[in-house]
Design a protein around this ligand. Structure first.
Ligand SMILES: [Zn+2]
Length: 147
């Protein structure tokens, strides 16, 4: 029985190396390379990676330059942060996580607006007391004496 020289590539494995340096065990095409290691396909693989990255990239929907530069130090700063976050979240794909974030943002708006309203009312009361010539402690003393 004579054996012919093997010209078939069937069963041959790739000439490439994997990331750990071991021989690639993928099936090789007729040129001796698998699709992941074929040097002739490097440009196509790079284009595919680039396209994949672009598909998973969510661009910013809000303008970060409108956020307070010195950080969050007031109710107005909190509201600016919430406005930014809301615009960013509205731009992402719908889903359970997005819904939860929107509900949390709604709660944070309510809390910030409530604190802001109390702050405004307290400042108005302090101004009235100051215009009547007494400080807060004087007003408290008078209120206790009147009771
Ligand atoms: Zn390979």
């Amino acid at each position: 029985m004579t054996s012919k020289p093997q010209t078939s590539t069937a069963g041959r494995s790739c000439r490439g190396l994997n990331t750990s340096g071991a021989k690639c065990r993928a099936h090789a095409a007729s040129n001796g390379w698998c699709a992941l290691h074929d040097p002739a396909m490097a440009a196509r693989r790079a284009a595919g990676r680039r396209l994949g990255g672009e598909r998973h990239f969510t661009p910013h929907a809000a303008d970060a330059s409108r956020l307070p530069a010195e950080g969050i130090r007031s109710v107005a700063d909190v509201l600016a942060l919430l406005d930014y976050t809301l615009a960013e979240v509205l731009a992402i794909d719908n889903g359970i996580a997005r819904g939860r974030i929107l509900v949390a943002i709604g709660g944070a708006y309510l809390e910030a607006l409530s604190v802001g309203e109390f702050e405004t009312r307290l400042m108005a009361l302090e101004q009235i007391i100051a215009q009547r010539g007494g400080g807060i402690r004087d007003a408290q003393r008078k209120a206790i004496a009147a009771a």
